[in-house]
Design a protein. Structure first.
Length: 250
């Protein structure tokens, strides 16, 4: 494994399992000190232990991204421990409803906006003064940001917002910080357990891709590590779709 992130300090939100955990692990294996976080302390402690067993320098901080005090602690404790931030990955998202947009309750709409979009902005407001020259921000969107899917349509729209947020923040944070985005396809995680409910369902999702397989969390982490590294030093404001060739855009 290349050590492209040696000496870097990386925060990854919602990183105690799934895509976030794999990103933290990959960053750590490439030499970064990683700060993992999520809502539940037990999950945070377990994730830190797993990373440390692999020789990774890891710190765990409980942070529900909608909680202002915990957002502040995430940034403050990172700075107390490491002094600065090189990489910030905003990965947290929820999908609390299968209702159509026009049938969605106001508090559901608020929650989707709060967790999937607003919390990312507020965390970046807090992190920005500590981001070093040459730093990298990565937002985790979704293939659903291009075509909001039935049953997850408002979730998809919040992911579309992240595509715009990537462009807007790339301009605001230039030239010292690059801001890019990853739009994963189907990755069988707890969040997306519906895609592997039966072999038949799994196959139907595999068949939606050109590569005829589901994505892995490692597929997503590899792209995140590329974007965070100097190999992507002339890329900003872009979204990389990592979906095995699902329809997205020309
Ligand atoms: P996952 O495996 O279910 O993991 C979710 C992680 O988020 C857990 O560590 C969980 O830990 C934490 N979490 C949940 N709510 C949180 C909150 N409010 N604040 C902080 N942490 C929170 O999910 P995933 O599939 O890896 O999804 C990660 C990202 O990828 C999301 O942005 C999702 O939209 C995106 N994505 C996923 C897919 C897919 O197919 N899996 C496709 C496209 C996009 P706690 O329970 O301890 O909080």
């Amino acid at each position: 494994m290349a050590r492209r992130l040696e000496g870097k300090v990386a925060i990854v939100t919602a990183s105690t399992q799934g895509i976030g955990f794999s990103i933290a692990e990959r960053f750590g294996l490439e030499g970064a000190s990683v700060i993992v976080s999520s809502r539940k302390k037990r999950n945070v402690d377990e994730a830190v232990e797993k990373l440390k067993k692999k020789g990774i320098e890891a710190t765990g901080i409980v942070c529900h991204v909608s909680n202002p005090q915990q957002r502040k602690e995430l940034i403050d404790k990172t700075i107390q421990t490491y002094g600065h931030i090189d990489i910030f990955v905003s990965n947290a998202a929820v999908n609390p409803t299968v209702d159509n947009i026009l049938d969605s309750q106001e508090q559901v709409l608020d929650k989707l906006w709060e967790v999937n979009v607003k919390a990312a902005i507020l965390l970046l407001q807090a992190a920005a003064p500590h981001l070093k020259k040459g730093s990298s921000v990565i937002l985790i969107s979704s293939i659903g940001g291009y075509f909001p899917p039935a049953k997850m349509s408002m979730y998809g729209v919040t992911k579309t917002a992240l595509l715009g947020l990537t462009k807007a923040l790339a301009a605001e944070m230039s030239p010292d910080t690059r801001v890019n985005c990853i739009a994963p396809g189907f990755v069988p995680t707890h969040f997306a357990d519906f895609i592997t409910r039966t072999e038949e369902v799994r196959k139907s999702f595999e068949d939606k891709t050109l590569l005829k397989r589901l994505g892995t969390t490692a597929d997503m982490a590899a792209v995140a590590a590329f974007l965070a590294s100097d190999d992507a030093s002339y890329i900003t404001g872009e979204t990389i779709v990592v979906s095995g060739g699902m329809p997205s855009r020309l």
